[in-house]
Structure formats: structure tokens, C-alpha cells
Design a protein around this ligand. Structure first.
Ligand code: NAD
Length: 317
């Protein structure tokens, strides 16, 4: 990675900031472009004095000119949590469409490689389990989640069009549920919801009966897969996720045990179009990258609980 200059859109967010840390530690120069809509300067403040780091506050859905030569444009900008789907519906659609177009334009101008952070949400409420990359998905385009799902489906489509038409060296990953330090406490995703509710002694909100299954990947496993894929010339989508599957109810129980919380579980109606099952088929990543997730859910949860506990200045034994 040394001597490479890498632009990360969304680099002040949860995943983007971990990626920036890893790339800088491997010797790259990193330019983060972020409008801070869901990200935070706190995630990158430790990098601000590093000569190999630069921050540009900008909305990538608007055109951007970069002076420096670039080796990679890594497009991670997008609000990604379910509460954002309603609050930020149009910015989500814009960053997946106009933002991806602008980011691809920068890659084309700089003759840089392009890396797209797509999502398992492109599979919608899947009818195939687990989901391989060859599955085309089951998405409701006009439902409340459609703004995110369709913006990412468009982003994949335009990325492949730039690859075919302009011969841009592209990578596409479909990220499955990822968690870890630097997630927003209030972002509505189930892991940080449960941890924060448990730490504050509030009831854990379980939607439906909690029987919907999820698989959760710890963020360092994801970053490891991303860095490996940068080195492999493979242009079709690659799932990156942890296939170890359990129910939302089981997760609630794990979090309650780990935080020694006395909270109860509160059941609320299932949101519209909430996927009932989601599990990656990671055969492609295993064969292509010799990669698989290493961090067990207990270990990852422990690190995440510690992070949020420190944030809340609570003592968790
Ligand atoms: N966390 C997950 O489980 C998950 C799963 C699938 C896909 N992803 C994808 O990974 C990427 C990062 O997600 P995250 O979980 O780190 O979310 P995040 O909200 O923490 O990070 C997204 C970052 O993008 C920035 N951003 C959003 N719109 C922007 C715009 N128009 N211009 C510039 N910056 C903008 C935000 O301010 C934030 O810093 C997203 O593209 C998301 O869709 C995440």
C-alpha cells in the first residue's frame, strides 16, 4: 500500500474511518471526503496531524476537483442505517447515483482504480438462502427501504458500466451487517441499539418476535477483506460478511449477558419490508481472497460494548 494515494468518500464514518486507519498504517496517503451527514470528526481526529492524511469536507453528490494524483477512489459515502432511510431518503438516492457518478468521474480522470461499498441490501428480502453474488435479489423499489437498496443497485450498475465502457479497474463489495466501535449510538442498527439500551438499563427493542436471523461481521474482518480485494483484479461483486447466523432474540440475550444488564426485552411490530433472513454465501471471497471472518461474535461484542461503555462513561465489568 506504501506510496499509494487513496481517496475515501465517507471516510469520517464508521467503516471508512477504520479503513483509513488501516491504509495509513500500511503506508498509504489517504484523502477523506465527507460531508459529515452521518459521520463524525471524532472518528478521524487522531489522523488530522498525520502528514499522510487530508480531510476535505464536501458533499460528493456535488462535483469535486482533486489536485493530487490518485491510485484509488474508494466510494464509501452513504447514510446506511435504517433510521436514515426515512430522514435522509433523497440524500441517500443522490449519493448512490450522483455521488457514485462523481466518484467514478474522479477515478476516470485520475486513471485510478475504483472501489464501491455496496450492500447485502441489494438482495432485498431474499428468496434464496444463503445469498450468493449470482442472486439478483427481491427488492421493493417503492418501499421505505427502496431508497437505499435501489441507490446501491444503481451504484453497482453504473460502476459496471464505467468498467465496460471506460475500462476502469473496479471492485464491488456487498457488505453484510457490520458492527464495531465508532458506530453511532443512535443509528438504529440492532447491535448498537441493544448495547446502548442494555448499558442505559432500558428495555431492548425487538421487532416482531425476534425470530428474524442476522449475521454480524466485526469491522476489522471487513477491512481485512477490503484490503485483500484491492490486490486482486476481480471486477464482479464480492460478498463480505460473517455467515455465522443467529436470531435477533439470541443477540439480545448475548448482549444482556455480556453487559450484566437487568433490562427486559420489549417487542414492537416488525417494520415494513424488514428482511426475515440474511446470510452471506462467502464462497467467492474465500476462494478469491483466501479470506474469512476471524473475530467471534463474543469477542467483537465485547470490544463494542467497551467502546460504548467508555462513551457513556459507564463502568462495565
Ligand atoms: N455498516 C454496515 O453494516 C454496512 C452494511 C452494508 C453496506 N455498508 C456501506 O458501507 C458504507 C459505510 O457505511 P457506515 O456503516 O460506515 O455508515 P456511516 O454513516 O458511519 O458512514 C457513511 C459516511 O458517509 C458520509 N456521507 C454520506 N453522504 C455523503 C455525501 N453525500 N458526501 C460525502 N460524505 C457523505 C457520512 O457523513 C459518513 O461519514 C456505506 O456506503 C454503506 O452503505 C455498511
Amino acid at each position: 500500500m506504501s506510496s499509494k494515494t487513496i481517496l475515501i468518500t465517507g471516510g469520517a464514518g464508521f467503516i471508512g474511518s477504520h479503513l483509513a486507519d488501516t491504509l495509513i498504517s500500511e503506508g498509504a496517503r489517504v484523502i477523506v471526503v465527507d460531508n459529515l451527514v452521518t459521520g463524525s470528526m471524532k472518528n478521524i481526529e487522531h489522523l488530522l496531524d498525520n502528514p499522510n492524511f487530508k480531510f476535505i469536507e464536501h458533499n460528493i453528490s456535488e462535483k469535486l476537483h482533486i489536485e493530487e494524483d490518485l491510485d484509488w477512489v474508494m466510494h464509501f459515502a452513504s447514510p446506511a442505517s435504517p433510521i436514515d432511510f426515512q430522514k435522509l431518503a433523497i440524500p441517500i438516492l443522490k449519493v448512490g447515483s450522483l455521488g457514485t457518478h462523481n466518484a467514478l468521474g474522479i477515478a476516470k480522470e485520475k486513471k485510478a482504480s475504483f472501489f464501491l461499498a455496496s450492500t447485502s441490501e441489494v438482495y432485498g428480502d431474499p428468496l434464496v438462502h444463503p445469498q450468493p453474488e449470482t442472486y439478483w435479489g427481491n427488492v421493493n423499489p417503492i418501499g421505505p427501504r427502496g431508497v437505499y437498496d435501489e441507490s446501491k443497485r444503481f451504484a453497482e450498475s453504473i460502476t459496471m458500466a464505467y468498467h465496460r465502457e471506460h475500462d476502469i479497474d473496479v471492485r464491488i463489495i456487498r457488505i453484510f451487517n457490520t458492527y464495531g466501535p465508532r458506530m453511532r449510538a443512535d443509528d438504529g442498527r440492532v447491535v448498537c441499539n441493544f448495547i446502548n439500551q442494555a448499558l442505559k438499563g432500558q428495555d431492548l427493542t425487538v421487532y416482531g418476535e425476534g425470530k428474524q436471523s442476522r449475521s454480524f461481521q466485526y469491522v476489522t474482518d471487513l477491512v481485512d477483506g477490503i484490503v485483500k480485494l484491492m490486490d486482486v483484479k476481480y471486477h464482479l461483486p464480492v460478498n463480505l460478511g460473517n455467515p455465522y447466523e443467529f436470531t435477533v432474540y439470541e443477540l439480545a440475550e448475548k448482549v444482556l449477558a455480556m453487559t450484566k444488564s437487568k433490562s427486559n426485552i420489549a417487542y414492537e411490530p416488525l417494520p415494513e419490508d424488514d428482511p426475515k433472513r440474511r446470510r452471506p454465501d462467502i464462497t467467492r471471497a474465500v476462494e478469491l481472497l483466501n479470506w474469512e471472518p476471524k473475530i467471534a461474535v463474543e469477542e467483537g461484542l465485547e470490544k463494542t460494548v467497551k467502546y460504548f461503555a467508555e462513551k457513556l462513561e459507564l463502568e462495565v465489568v
